[in-house]
Design a protein around this ligand. Structure first.
Ligand SMILES: NC(=O)c1ccc[n+]([C@@H]2O[C@H](COP(=O)([O-])OP(=O)(O)OC[C@H]3O[C@@H](n4cnc5c(N)ncnc54)[C@H](OP(=O)(O)O)[C@@H]3O)[C@@H](O)[C@H]2O)c1
Length: 236
């Protein structure tokens, strides 16, 4: 049975990833920051023996190490770093706290902690588990808002932390290649979640169906790529 470890699974894209993978017969390790705010995930856990919920704030490196110790020796086919923050106020409000002239530097640091550094810490903690698996995939959910090629102004915290996440995953693709690990970043589309708002272009089901199909088709030659949920290459 293939296995997947997903972060940020109490809502949005992470919850749908957990739902679809467990429905497809995968073993799912689902992490969630606040066990008091994960009712849908807990219901999923009750329905499926193959899904376990693990409390974890992705900025808590000691908790990440503790989870890695719990799962030592367990192969993990796919590691999905999904948890992320836009930083401060959302799209709906236009995120004035990360625009030129009114930048909130605390929010910026926090975005780097959650969106960027976490991927490195998870890679360090779980490289052995992924290397011991059949599929050997480390995927991080990034955003096309982190693409330097298509970047315009605004959203400094979000854009820069996702662009830096892309750098981390690109470097991991080099450092982990000789262990057969495929490391890459995936853009989920503009999705109707709390972060993407109701104005999003696609449903969470459509995004995750696409992301899973892309993950399914990966080979080592895809390591270091920046792909959309449709499998399209996005310029860095
Ligand atoms: N929606 C879009 O249009 C879109 C587009 C491009 C990229 N993305 C990316 O896709 C990923 C998922 O986004 P989404 O749309 O599903 O967003 P969402 O609905 O806002 O969900 C974000 C998830 O991340 C978790 N999270 C945030 N900070 C965390 C922390 N410190 N520790 C653990 N979990 C934490 C949240 O948990 P809590 O409930 O505890 O806060 C929640 O489960 C993100 O990386 C996002 O940047 C989304």
């Amino acid at each position: 049975m293939p296995s997947v470890l997903i972060t940020g699974t109490n809502r949005g894209i992470g919850l749908e990833l957990a739902r679809q993978y467990v429905a497809d017969g995968w073993r799912v390790f689902a992490t969630c920051r606040d066990l008091l705010a994960c009712e849908a995930l807990e219901n999923l856990e009750k329905e499926h023996d193959e899904l376990s919920v693990h409390q974890l704030d992705v900025t808590d490196h000691i908790a990440i190490e503790a989870l890695a110790a719990d799962l030592a020796g367990t192969p993990i086919d796919v590691l999905v770093n999904n948890a992320g923050v836009l930083g401060g106020q959302g799209f709906g409000e236009g995120a004035p706290d990360q625009q030129f002239g009114s930048m909130d530097y605390g929010i910026w640091a926090r975005a780097f902690e959650v969106n960027t550094m976490t991927a490195m810490k998870f890679a360090e903690a779980f490289a052995d588990n992924v290397a011991a698996s059949e599929k050997k995939i480390m995927a991080a959910i990034t955003s096309d808002m982190g693409s330097l090629t298509v970047m315009e102004g605004g959203f400094y915290a979000y854009r820069s932390s996702k662009a830096a996440l892309n750098v981390v995953m690109k470097c991991l693709s080099g450092d982990l290649r000789d262990r057969g690990i495929i490391a890459l970043v995936l853009h989920p589309g503009w999705v109707r979640t709390d972060m993407g708002t109701k104005a999003g272009e696609i449903s969470v089901e459509e995004s995750v169906t696409g992301l899973r199909a892309v993950i399914d088709g990966l080979t080592l030659s895809d390591s270091g790529k920046f792909l959309s949920y449709e499998g399209r290459e996005i310029p860095w």
